[in-house]
Structures are given as structure tokens and as C-alpha cells.
Design a protein around this ligand. Sequence first.
Ligand code: TXE
Length: 493
Amino acid sequence: MNGEPDLLVGGTWSHASDGGTREIINPADGSVAATVDEATADDARRAVSAARTTFDAGTWPATPVAERSALLARIVDLLERDKEALARVETLDTGKTLVESRIDIDDIISVFRFYSQLVGVEADRLIDVGDPTVISRVVREPIGVCVLIAPWNYPLLQMSWKIAPALAAGCTMVAKPSEVTPLSTIAFVRLAEEAGVPDGVLNLVQGSGAVLGAALTDNPDVDFISFTGGLATGRTIAKVAAEHVTKVAVELGGKNPHIVFADADWESSVDQVLTGVFLHSGQVCSAGTRLIVEDSIADDFVAELANRAEKIRVGNGLDPASETGPLVSEQHRAKVEAFVELGISEGAKLVAGGTRPSDPALASGSFYRPTIFDRCDRSMRIVAEETFGPILTVERFETEADAIRLGNDTEYGLAAGVRTSDAARGERVVRALRHGTVWLNDFGYYTAAAEWGGFKKSGNGRELGPTGLAEYQEIKHIWHNTAPKPAGWFKGD
Ligand code: TXE
């Protein structure tokens, strides 16, 4: 970064093989936050090869579980030490408010702590095969070389959901942060090195998806690819991986319904519908971008949302007065603006936002105002597609069955929210929704101990929880006959 080498391959920091660099832009003001090395396809191959050699040497995969657990605990200590510095880097890079970045780092600490503890209690399984001379056991072994590809909205958080279980399982890995937001991952890898991660176990390259990402995924030496990002890229990666029969887990975002029944608590519903969609300017895979509200309260509810949305303080994430920051880049804002145009042309009724903020102090950043479209329906692309920006669409329903039908009427299935004071109805609806996480009278919360991932086109595989560790493990059945004798099948006479 800024002249320091940023690629870590086999324990050695180096510049890109062709000397290429990339400017990282601070989206709050358009300034250059840092210049980092831009790795090439050759660098990708070097990194995978280092991870392969380290894994095949056998020392790291055979490291006692207690040692790996202690390593993760040391990473937790260093994260605690560097919390504020890492949060500032994340804000500089993504634009999110410092408060949000601090929460990210706390969550990252929880993830490393969770896997540090979990890996120590994961046990093999003994099976009774009905023969006392046979020991049949099922053991878990590290899956091998992992390629970890993360997006730009929660750069280090998403990467930590991959690195922590991969280290816990005894894998080696190549981490590729998004080329838009690599800074916190570079800082983290330096920290992990200080914690004592052995050479070649955690390799780091950053650069474009088209060149570097493609070279990392199209490599027969890779055993597992864990990817978080857009649907189109996820499809591409799954196709490339299929060629090598490489295992893939993909988290591809969502178009998440937030269902509000008329009997829901008013104040927390208004508050959480707003937070659920406008936090981090809507750049959240689980953002509640589709409000599905009972017809009898819809007019009043939407009027209150619009009123409060107009008051949300958009600004530089480093300014404590800001409640939400800019979009991650000019290009991304252009995409969001195109969606707003589309919504208008599709006949949705704009009731809040719909423009850039007028404050001249924000003119050089990629800011966009919280935007609400009322009178939407499922035929509109603005309702069907992930906008990944501060855009809420409103649909109305009359019956519980309608609410469920609308909530499931999406090609995605990552997350959903339900709000009602009728507990029995709440339980019925959450069970009927086909989404990986469903909040009842809450929205957006998660814990490292519970699995995260999507149904349908939101992806496959799970992160976090025990399943998030199992993704990085192979299962082996060992059949040990302690008193071998001939099977006597072939007599040969
Ligand atoms: O993501 P990409 P983009 C959604 C959101 C957004 C859209 C596109 O709707 O507008 O995706 O965003 C790497 N082989 N989400 O284009 O391209 C890339 O370098 C291997 C939802 O920024 O998916 C980066 O590290 N890797 C999402 C990562 O993939 C490739 C969060 C994500 O980039 C690659 C972000 C390739 N061929 C966007 N092409 C979520 N699930 O939360 C790109 N990459």
C-alpha cells in the first residue's frame, strides 16, 4: 500500500509481477485513499501454488486443534488492539459511517472467537457396525486449498466469515478482497501474520475480478471456492469450477421482503423498516428492500416512512453527525440512479428521495438520498431485481396468504422480516417463507453461531455456525479391522 508490497505469497510480501497498481478511491469525496498493487494472473497461479505446496507438505493440516484454536484466539487479541484503526480504514474505503465500521470489527472479533472455541469441540463419530473387531469412524479433515473471494460492501467482515473457519479447519487459502475495497483485508493479513499464521497458509492477492478472480477460480489445484458477490459473477464462478469439479459455496445477495401486518408494533416497525433498507445506503445483501404492508395501514405507514426518510442525515462516514454514508463508487451510484429512472418509468410512485443530496459539501462524493417508491407490484423490475442501493419499494396485501405469496415471489431467498403482534401468525408466516434467515419482529441481526446463507438464487452453502466450519472440511470414513481374516469370497477351485 502506497509503495509497500501488498501481495503475500508463501510468507513473502511482494509487488505485482508486472508492477501494476490501482488507486483506491474514498467514495465520500472522490480522493485517492491509497495506491495498492494490482496482482496479475501469474500472481494468482503463484499464490495458489504456494497454498497447494503448504497444504501438501502436511504440517499445517496436521497441526493439533488446540494450536489452531490458540492462533485464532491470538488474532482476536490483535483485532481488539487494532479495532479503531481497522474501523477507520473500513470507513475510508467503503464510505460507511464509523459507527457501522466499529460494529463490523466487533462482529469480526466474534467470528474468530466463535471458531476458536468451536474447532476444539468438534468430534469424530464412532459407528457400531455390529462387529466388535471393527472400528468404524467418521473423521473430518481440512478440505485443502481454498480460494476466498469477497465483495466491497462488508469487505473485512465477509472475508473473516471465510478466513476464520478455513484456518480453524486447517486449510490453506488465497484471499482476494474486492478490488474496490482491499485496504482492511491487507491490514488484517499483516495482523494475522503477527499472530503467527505460518508461511503459505494465508496468501493474499488483490486485483480485478475479470483477470485475477478468473485465474484464481480456473485452477485445478483449488479444492474449494467460497464466493460472496453478485449473481452474475456467482454463475460464472460456478461454471468455471464445474470444469474442475471444484466444490463451490456462493452467497449472491437478495431481494428481501419485510412484511408488516396491521397489528405490528408501530414505532419499532417504522424504525426497523427504515434501518433495514437504508443502513449502509442499502448496500447490504440482506437489506429489507421490499416493504410488503397490510393495506389497512399502508397509507399512514408509508407517509411516516417518507417523512422520516427525508430526515436521514446522509454524509461523510467520518462525521459523527452522519447517519449513513455514500455509495461505494461513482459507477455504483450510476447503477442505482438508473434503477430510480426505471422505477419512475415503470409507474411506481416516488414518495421520498430520488435525487442526489443538494448539499454542496457532498458534491464530490457518490452520495444518494434514501428513496421510497409506493404503489409497486411484482411486474416491475425495480421490485424483482437487487438494486443494492437506498431504494425501498412498497407493495400492499390484504390476507396472510397474500403476504406469504408476495414474500416468496422472488428468485432470491436470503432474508425476510415479519412484523405482527400475533405470535401464532408470526410462527406460521416465518415457517412458510423460503428464505435463509427470517426475523420475527426484528430485522438485520445475526450471530456467528447461527448459519447464514440463501435459498434459491441467493446461493448455496452456508457461512457461520457449525455448518460454516463443515464447508471447509472433507468427511472421511475409516474402517479399521483389528482382527483381519479372509473374506472367503473367491475359492478359485
Ligand atoms: O460484484 P462482483 P459487483 C451484487 C449487487 C451489486 C452486484 C454487482 O447487486 O450491484 O452484485 O456488484 C470478484 N471470477 N452484490 O460487480 O463482480 C470481484 O473482484 C472471480 C451482492 O461489484 O460479484 C469481487 O472480489 N471473481 C453482494 C467479487 O467477485 C470475480 C455484495 C464480487 O464482485 C469475477 C456485492 C470472476 N469472473 C455485490 N468477477 C452480496 N452477496 O452481498 C468479479 N469477481
